[in-house]
Design a protein around this ligand. Sequence first.
Ligand code: ZN
Length: 124
Amino acid sequence: MMDSVTCSATRADGQPCQGKAGAGGFCFAHDPALREKRRAAYATGGRNKATPRRLDKLMPASLRPVLDHLYAALEETHAGELDARQASAMASLAGAIAKLFESTELESRLQALEALEGRHGTAR
Ligand SMILES: [Zn+2]
């Protein structure tokens, strides 16, 4: 019976995947062909949707690769390829990076305001 075949991939925890295998001998999450498709869908889909596009404009360009890594990590965690501890470590590091950017942005806004103040000062 086809439906009794389980995925031949091994999960991150070393246990065999219990997912139901498709024609390729892998479950949906582990099928290498599907995986490429999903990655492509994530990459293009994420950028074509209206909300992420708006977010793209707000997000510093240097944070973009971090976001891509997080998307990939999310997917890998879901597929059981990424250790949950590794994933949560990534999440907290990403949070730290985001915080750093937040404070940097605040600082640059403050400097812009101060420059404006200075201009008013000399005009007086
Ligand atoms: Zn699998």
